[in-house]
Design a binder for this molecule. Structure first.
Ligand code: TIU
Length: 231
C-alpha cells in the first residue's frame, strides 16, 4: 500500500512514500568532522561541519521511528591501500596523507577509529553501512543493487560535504533514476559559499539534480502535520 507524503521544497513540492524512500547519511565520520582526521589534514576548519549533527540526529530518530530504510556511508580505504588510486593519494599538499598514522588512527583507513561514524549518529542494528573508496556512494559499491532489490526509488540525502560527497552522490543517484531530496541543514561544507552554491545547483533548472528543503519540512511531513514557520 502506498502512503504518499508531500512537503514544500525547492523548486517544487516533493512527494515521497516512506516505504520506498531511504535516508542516506553520507560520511558522518570522525575523519571529516573531528580534529586530527582527513578533513583537517586538508587544511579545513572541521568545527564548521558539527552544526549538521543535531538536526541530522533528529531526522535519524524520526526516520527510524517511521520504520524507513536508513543507510550510512563511509569514505575510506583498505589497510593495504589497494583500492586507493595513486592520483588520490598524491593529490594536494595535506599535512598527513591517506594511510599515514594520525591521532585517531591511520588517515581514512577502514577499521580505524577516525574512519568510523561519530557516536551521535552511530548506525544501529539493521542499518546498512556502505564503505566507499570514492566521493560518490554508487562508485565501486553495491548501493544501486541494494536499493533496487529493496524497492527504494527516492533518497533523503544528508551528510558531508555538500559540494563533494553529497553532490557526487546526488548526481550519481539522479542519473540512475532516483529522486533525491537534500535536507539543507543536514548537509554541510568547510566552505559556506560552496554549501549555498551546491544547494542552489541541485534545485536550479526545475530541479536538475533533485529537491532541497529544510529538515523541519521533512519532519513535519513524516509526522503528518504542517511545517512550522522558520524562527
Ligand atoms: N574534502 C571534502 O570536502 N570532502 C571529502 O573529501 N569527502 C566527503 O565529502 N565525504
Amino acid at each position: 500500500m502506498t502512503a504518499l507524503l508531500k512537503l514544500d521544497a525547492d523548486p517544487s513540492p516533493f512527494t515521497f512514500d516512506p516505504a520506498t524512500t531511504a535516508l542516506l547519511v553520507i560520511d558522518m565520520q570522525r575523519d571529516f568532522v573531528e580534529p586530527g582526521g582527513f578533513g583537517e589534514t586538508l587544511g579545513n576548519d572541521v568545527t564548521l561541519l558539527r552544526a549538521v549533527i543535531p538536526p541530522l540526529r533528529a531526522v535519524l530518530d524520526a526516520t527510524r521511528a517511521a520504520g524507513m530504510t536508513v543507510i550510512h556511508t563511509r569514505e575510506g580505504h583498505l589497510p593495504d591501500l589497494s583500492d586507493l588510486p595513486p592520483a588520490k593519494l598524491r593529490r594536494g599538499t595535506p599535512s598527513l596523507r591517506i594511510g599515514d598514522p594520525g591521532p585517531k588512527g591511520r588517515i581514512l583507513i577502514r577499521g580505524e577509529y577516525g574512519h568510523d561514524i561519530v557516536d551521535e549518529l552511530a548506525p544501529i542494528a539493521g542499518e546498512l553501512v556502505v564503505d566507499k573508496p570514492g566521493k560518490g556512494s554508487f562508485y565501486a559499491t553495491g548501493l544501486d543493487e541494494v536499493l533496487r532489490s529493496t524497492g527504494v526509488t527516492s533518497l533523503v540525502v544528508t551528510g558531508v560535504t555538500t559540494e563533494v560527497c553529497v553532490h557526487t552522490t546526488v548526481r550519481e543517484a539522479n542519473d540512475r533514476g532516483y529522486e533525491c531530496l537534500v535536507l539543507a541543514d543536514c548537509v554541510g561544507s568547510y566552505f559556506p559559499q560552496f554549501h549555498q552554491a551546491g544547494l542552489a545547483m541541485i534545485a536550479a533548472q526545475g530541479g536538475i539534480f533533485g529537491w532541497v528543503a529544510p529538515s523541519r519540512a521533512f519532519l513535519a511531513a513524516l509526522a503528518g502535520r504542517p511545517a512550522l514557520p522558520q524562527t
